[in-house]
Design a protein around this ligand. Structure first.
Ligand code: PLP
Length: 237
């Protein structure tokens, strides 16, 4: 199948899951996870109806920006971000999903202040306490949200998670429900900021329907749109 058909198939799956859950399909964003894709493929995806692209790597983001590959779409950053690279991302993307530490949060705030802008962000939550993954522990999330609320340069928009790769769909559904509940709890405890907390970024190619059932407002889909990716370790950059 081609890209256009794949986009239609994922959109149909998303719509069906939303309707089954009694939700409005138009309230859920389909973000195309474009890591390893060429600028031409990104243009093709946007021409075929993709409205949001999510990048993982600063290098790829910078290269695609230089080539005006994203014209017509919003850009989000969804990958691990090092503190010393925030200047390549802040102000260049409309939402950073992967804010995984207080240090990074403050660095983003400082860079946004420098530019005189407000950067929308999500807190990445490491639900299963995986050593190999970054992100706040669920019990640190409220403190991190309070830190974010006190920084002028950032606007906290919600939470993001990547469940364990080995998970069954049902297991992932439980993780998604946990993230949803955590967002509800934080919203309740943060009166001042609650209107902004409307994004739940969860669900990928293998589990986006479960994520929609659990309240996702942004699914991040790569391989179901673009086909399988070569493993990162064998790629040439
Ligand atoms: C690659 C990636 C995705 C998409 O994964 P697929 O399984 O290919 O859909 C989503 N979120 C993040 C953070 C990713 O790195």
């Amino acid at each position: 199948m081609g890209l256009r058909e794949n986009i239609e198939a994922v959109r149909a799956g998303l719509d069906a899951a939303a309707i089954a859950a009694g939700r409005d399909p138009s309230s859920i964003t389909l973000l195309a996870a474009t890591k390893t894709q060429t600028s031409d493929t990104i243009r093709e995806a946007i021409a075929a109806g993709i409205t949001v692209c999510g990048e993982n790597r600063v290098q790829e983001l910078t290269a695609h920006l230089a080539g005006s590959a994203y014209e017509g779409a919003d850009i989000h950053f969804i990958g691990h971000l090092q503190t010393n690279k925030v200047k390549y991302v802040v102000g260049k993307v409309s939402l950073i999903h992967s804010v995984s530490s207080e240090k990074l949060l403050r660095a983003i705030g400082a860079q946004a202040d420098k530019l005189g802008i407000v950067q929308d962000i999500l807190l990445e939550i490491n639900l299963a306490g995986e050593e190999s993954k970054s992100g706040f522990a669920p019990e640190q999330a409220l403190d991190a949200a309070r830190t974010a609320a006190n920084l002028q340069g950032v606007r906290l928009r919600g939470l993001m998670c990547i469940p364990p790769a080995s998970g069954e769909k049902e297991e992932n559904f439980q993780h998604f429900e946990t993230l949803h509940q955590l967002a509800v709890d934080i919203r309740q405890k943060m009166e001042d900021n609650k209107l902004n907390m409307d994004v739940l970024s969860m669900g990928m190619s293998g589990d986006y329907q479960e994520a929609v059932a659990a309240g996702s407002t942004c699914i991040r889909v790569g391989s179901a749109l673009f086909g399988p990716r070569p493993p990162m370790s064998t790629r040439k950059d």
